[in-house]
Every structure is written in structure tokens, then in C-alpha cells.
Design a protein around this ligand. Structure first.
Ligand SMILES: *[C@@H]1O[C@H](CO)[C@@H](O)[C@H](O)[C@H]1NC(C)=O
Ligand SMILES: *[C@@H]1O[C@H](CO)[C@@H](O)[C@H](O)[C@H]1NC(C)=O
Length: 502
């Protein structure tokens, strides 16, 4: 009996530890495996890749103006006149996407290519044809189109009317959105109204900023934001009213937010991080995604108090009427999130400063010198920041489906881009932890970018591509980088490859 027991015990132990081992490697494998139905894709944006800036009836956007008339703002004085020449090489782009094996391609429409006057009066058929060819080729290759309506290239003639601070753009955006839904909504099922309002409204906060580089600190961003949020809601409602029943797609917005870490581990620094989340994310997200709607309370309070102290009769932050709050609240089908990096927020008392957004939010941002860098000064590699930020979104806005619409790394264009491989694999690992361990509802992930392209005020000096593009060669040849091979493997296996598991 004793002997039998011992043998039995040993056998049991082996069986149990075998099962435990199997269980352990199963959970380990699971931890590095994407959930069923998870979407993987790559992204670009019209101005950054298309070129053909004045071809076939397209008029100027504010980025044509920025690069042509204010080229001192562009690090290498380059333009997007030709960029990757995707206007002529979209078939090559689709072949690259096929080779990667992506589920979807996120691209953006150029408003002045489709509506040369900015208004719905005159539709440029050549522009419609171009996007039809691109979308048809994607669909034929089983790649879902994910389309951004506005990725920063506002028609210059609408900027001449004041651009986003002018509320009439709500109506003009409605006209534009309707043209897009009507022409492409039979095939496009994921729509993003605006890409990164935090970034492009910065174009109204300083003369050295992104286009249109208007120097209206403390006013420009809030006025532009007030308009674009109403424009977003308008597009969402016309989709509901006129298209959703037939087209059955999803409409949302993409917000970029860096994670914020508590530098001194004190309440004061924690509060600065809370302000960073509310001024950088809540400003745009609270009206749309929160249960109560409207601007975040802390933003309302701080801008009102500063405006009063500055002797203004009205707050620099515009007011939404109760009807508008209701109209805007809940106008989403998912949360589009662009994420790249993290910061510390250092409390800052700007009481005596002239009006500025920094005075209002009361912090400045800094980086940890130990965080590994990239080719971009603002982009330090902090993979845990993605997990932190995904949790922040889930907690604040009732765990919406999150589509990561951009995530990526810059270098100087090497084909053996080990920094990018490390970035993608480590950020994806942290994203999987947010899904598996924290229960965050992430439905897809988009690599920025499919290929090297025109990086706004940095020109071609910083490269984000999975594919290298030779900008010296008129034919703009594309070459697959090592990171593209790893991404290809990730898509094929739906796992983080063993070599990159941490
Ligand atoms: C931060 O402060 C809290 C409360 O004082 C403490 O429990 C925690 O260990 C601190 N964390 C770090 C990383 O210092
Ligand atoms: C890329 O660089 C890494 C690190 O220097 C090296 O180990 C690897 O062999 C290189 N890969 C290729 C394909 O050259």
C-alpha cells in the first residue's frame, strides 16, 4: 500500500507537473497570441504619400501652402509635391499590403482632391476615380479599407476663411462627409472623421507649428476644437440618418495621447498627469465618449478662471449648449487611438503668463533620460505607456472598443531596422497584456507606417516605414525592411514571435 502510494504519488506528481507545465506554456502562448478576430493593419495619410499635389484638378491644401510658402518651417525644406507618388503607384502599395498579409489598410482622403473648392458644389471626378481604384484594388485583395476623412490637409480656400476656428466649417465638413459616404460607403466600413485633433489644432497655437501655423495661443486650439467636435458629431449623425441602415459601417474619431508617468510619486505630480490626460485627451474625448458629455470639468474651470483673471468678458474656451452636448455625446462606434510615447508632467505655475494652453493646463512635459530614443526628439520608447494609456481610456470611457490607429517608430531609414522591430514587438506585447490581463477591449492595431513618407515639419529626415522608399529616385522604389518581415510573421502566426517575447 505504502509502496503503491509512493509510486502513485510520483505518477501523480509527474502528471500534475506535466499538466501544470502544459497549462503554463498554454497561458504563456496565449499571452503572446492575438485574440480571435483581432485586426492587424498598416497606415498612411494622403499628404504624406500621394504627391500629385496639383494634378487632375486637385487644389492646394494648407500643407501645400506650408511647404511652398513657409518652407523655413520644414526641417529639410522638402515638400509633399511628389512624396511616395502613391497617386500613381497605389497598385504597388496594395501589393506591399498583400505581401504583409494585413487585414486592413488605413489611408486618408484628400479633401481638396475630392472637392477642389472645399464646398460640395463641385466634385472632382478624377479624385473620386483615384480613390475608387485604390479601394476596389484593396477589396479585390481582401484588404479592408479603413478611411480617415481628415488627416490635416484642409483646402487652402477654407483656411482663407479662417480654417477650423470658423464654425461654418461644420457645414462644409458635413457636405464633404456626405460625398465620401455616398461615393465610398458601399465598400468602406470603418470611418475616422478626424486624425489627431490635439496635433492639428496645435497649428492654431503658434507661428512655428504645423499648418496653418497661426499664432493664436490660448485661443486657436479651443476655437478649432469647438468646431471640429461639432463637425465630427454632424458627420456621425448624417451617417445615422442617411447611410447606416444600408451601409452598416462604423464611424469614430482618432485621438492621440501620450502616457503620463508620475515623476516624483507625489499627489502634486499625479495631479499634473491628470491634467495632461484631460487637456490632451479629455478635451476631445469627454464631449464624445464620456457619460456626461461636454468639456472635462477641470478644463472648463481652469480656462474660465484664467480668462477671468486676464480681464476677459468671456472664457477663451467656447461653450457647448445643452442641446449640443446631447447631440455630440455618444457619437462613436469605437475609440481610435494613436499612441507613440510617454512623458512626465512637471507642475508649472503660469498664473502671470499671457494666454496660452500651457498656462491653462499648468504643466510642462519632459522625458526620462533612460528611455531609449528614436530619430524623433519627442519619441522615446516606453512600451508600458501603451498599456497604461489603454487602461486610462477603458477606465474613463466605459471600456469602449479601441482600434489602435497608429503606433510606430522613427529612425533614419536602415533596412535592418532593429529599433523598429524592438518597438513593435514590445508595444504589441504590452497591448496584449492590456487585453489579457486588464480586460481592455482592443479590437485592432495599425502600424505607422506602411512606408517612409513626408513627416510633416520634419520633411524626410525621420523615417517611420515598414518599407523603405528612395526619395532620390524618380520612380520611388520601395524595399521591404526587416521590420516588415517580422510584422509579416506576426500577422501570419497571430503571435509575437518567440525570439521577441519578454
Ligand atoms: C509611491 O508612493 C506610494 C504612497 O506614498 C508608495 O506606497 C509607493 O511605494 C511609491 N512608489 C514608488 C515607485 O516609489
Ligand atoms: C541586423 O542587425 C542585427 C544587430 O546588429 C544583427 O544581429 C542581424 O544579423 C542583422 N540582420 C540582417 C538581416 O542583416
Amino acid at each position: 500500500m505504502a509502496k503503491f502510494s509512493a509510486v502513485y504519488f510520483v505518477a501523480l506528481l509527474v502528471a500534475v507537473s506535466g499538466a501544470a507545465h502544459e497549462e503554463h506554456s498554454r497561458t504563456k502562448r496565449q499571452a503572446y497570441t492575438f485574440p480571435d478576430g483581432f485586426l492587424l493593419g498598416a497606415a498612411t495619410a494622403s499628404y504624406q504619400v500621394e504627391g500629385a499635389w496639383d494634378e487632375d484638378g486637385k487644389t492646394s491644401s494648407i500643407w501645400d501652402t506650408q511647404t511652398h510658402d513657409k518652407n523655413y518651417l520644414i526641417a529639410d525644406h522638402t515638400t509633399g509635391d511628389i512624396a511616395c507618388d502613391s497617386y500613381h503607384k497605389y497598385d504597388v502599395d496594395v501589393q506591399m499590403l498583400r505581401d504583409l498579409g494585413v487585414d486592413f489598410y488605413r489611408f486618408s482622403f484628400s479633401w481638396p482632391r475630392i472637392l477642389p473648392d472645399g464646398h460640395g458644389n463641385r466634385i472632382n471626378q478624377a479624385g473620386i476615380d483615384y480613390y475608387n481604384k485604390l479601394i476596389d484594388l484593396l477589396v479585390a485583395n481582401n484588404i479592408q479599407p479603413v478611411a480617415t476623412m481628415y488627416h490635416w490637409d484642409l483646402p487652402q480656400n477654407l483656411q482663407d476663411l479662417g480654417g477650423w476656428p470658423n464654425y461654418v466649417l461644420v457645414d462644409y465638413f458635413e457636405d464633404y462627409a456626405r460625398v465620401l459616404f455616398r461615393n465610398f460607403g458601399d465598400r468602406v466600413k470603418y470611418w475616422i472623421t478626424f486624425n489627431e485633433p490635439l496635433t492639428f489644432t496645435g497649428g492654431y497655437e503658434g507661428a512655428y507649428a504645423h499648418a496653418p501655423a497661426i499664432n493664436a495661443p490660448g485661443y486657436g486650439r479651443y476655437l478649432a476644437t469647438h468646431t471640429l467636435i461639432k463637425a465630427h458629431a454632424r458627420a456621425y449623425h448624417i451617417y445615422d440618418d442617411e447611410f447606416r441602415a444600408d451601409q452598416q459601417g462604423k464611424v469614430s474619431i482618432t485621438l492621440n495621447v501620450d502616457a503620463c508617468f508620475n515623476y516624483q510619486n507625489t499627489t502634486e505630480y499625479q495631479d499634473a498627469c491628470e491634467r495632461q490626460q484631460q487637456f490632451e485627451m479629455g478635451l476631445f474625448a469627454n464631449p464624445i465618449y464620456s457619460a456626461e458629455g461636454d468639456w472635462p470639468a477641470i478644463v472648463r474651470e481652469r480656462v474660465d478662471a484664467n480668462s477671468k483673471a486676464e480681464g476677459l468678458a468671456e472664457s477663451r474656451l467656447p461653450v457647448f449648449t445643452p442641446d449640443e452636448i446631447e447631440y455630440i455625446r455618444g457619437t462613436y462606434d469605437f475609440f481610435g487611438h494613436n499612441h507613440y510615447t510617454s512623458n512626465y508632467a512637471i507642475p508649472y505655475d503660469g498664473t502671470n503668463d499671457p494666454a496660452s494652453d500651457q498656462k491653462d493646463h499648468g504643466y510642462y512635459l519632459t522625458k526620462d533620460p533612460n528611455w531609449p530614443g528614436s530619430a524623433s526628439s519627442w519619441l522615446k520608447v516606453v512600451p508600458t505607456g501603451l498599456r497604461y494609456q489603454l487602461n486610462s481610456i477603458a477606465t474613463r470611457y466605459n471600456n469602449p472598443p479601441i482600434l489602435i490607429t497608429e503606433n510606430g517608430f522613427s529612425d533614419y531609414g536602415d533596412l535592418n531596422d532593429t529599433g523598429r522591430i524592438n518597438y513593435y514587438t514590445s508595444y504589441l506585447t504590452e497591448m496584449l497584456r492590456a487585453i489579457n490581463e486588464d480586460g481592455v477591449n482592443v479590437i485592432g492595431y495599425t502600424a505607422w507606417s506602411l512606408m517612409d513618407n513626408f513627416e510633416w515639419n520634419q520633411g524626410y529626415s525621420e523615417k517611420f516605414g515598414l518599407y523603405q522608399v528612395d526619395f532620390e529616385d524618380p520612380t520611388r522604389p520601395r524595399i521591404m525592411k526587416e521590420s516588415a518581415r517580422v510584422f509579416q510573421q506576426i500577422i501570419a502566426t497571430r503571435q509575437i514571435p518567440e525570439a521577441y517575447r519578454t
